[in-house]
Design a protein around this ligand. Sequence first.
Ligand SMILES: N[C@@H](CCC(=O)N[C@@H](CS)C(=O)NCC(=O)O)C(=O)O
Length: 215
Amino acid sequence: MMHLYSLATPNGQKISVALEELALDYTPHTINILTGEQFTPAFIALNPNSKIPVLVDEDGPKGETVSIMESGAILLYLAEKTGQLLSADPLVRLETIQWVFFQMASIGPMFGQFGHFYKYAGEKCTHPYPVERYTTEAKRLLQVLETRLDNRHWLVGEQYSIADIAIFPWVDCLSRFYKAEEQLALHTYPNVQAWLERCLERPAVQKGMTVCSDI
Ligand SMILES: N[C@@H](CCC(=O)N[C@@H](CS)C(=O)NCC(=O)O)C(=O)O
């Protein structure tokens, strides 16, 4: 049995989508980060960094119970455990891991800062610099994806993989949560939009995106 401690944010959605795609048996536990549940001793015991998502697998390596933090590490763990969503071909596998790391290092932190200043900071920050800086960076990253997705159905190889799962919830969030369609001129990234639609059409994605949304 697995336990997912999460909330329906992009980092959390990655893992619930992967669990649904893999048809794994898991119990979701909603962590309300708006009321500080990530700072309770019980949660810190699972993730010393106080962030969702966390996956607990009672049937981990060597039969041990393992608690895994960091969504990229969780995606790799699930892919390796099941032999799915990550190609066994060494070259495709290497490429997939690079795009997962690209999400972890760039898309997540930069889109997250963009959303913070564009949508949530409000009157706490009236200086235009942060929104300008993160708008420029978010658009640059969207263009990286746009170019990558030229004549490609999925981000890596011929198959939907953990690279797609890592990135599409963050792209979806730009319109769904941040309402930044105009600010980021999302219509100017047609390859990205078409790929996002392909991801969102998947039944497992539709289910996974709503897990741990009950706050
Ligand atoms: N690099 C981490 C980032 C996780 C993260 O930032 N989670 C956010 C929600 S999307 C969170 O738990 N925030 C709570 C807080 O910052 O107090 C991962 O990918 O797992």
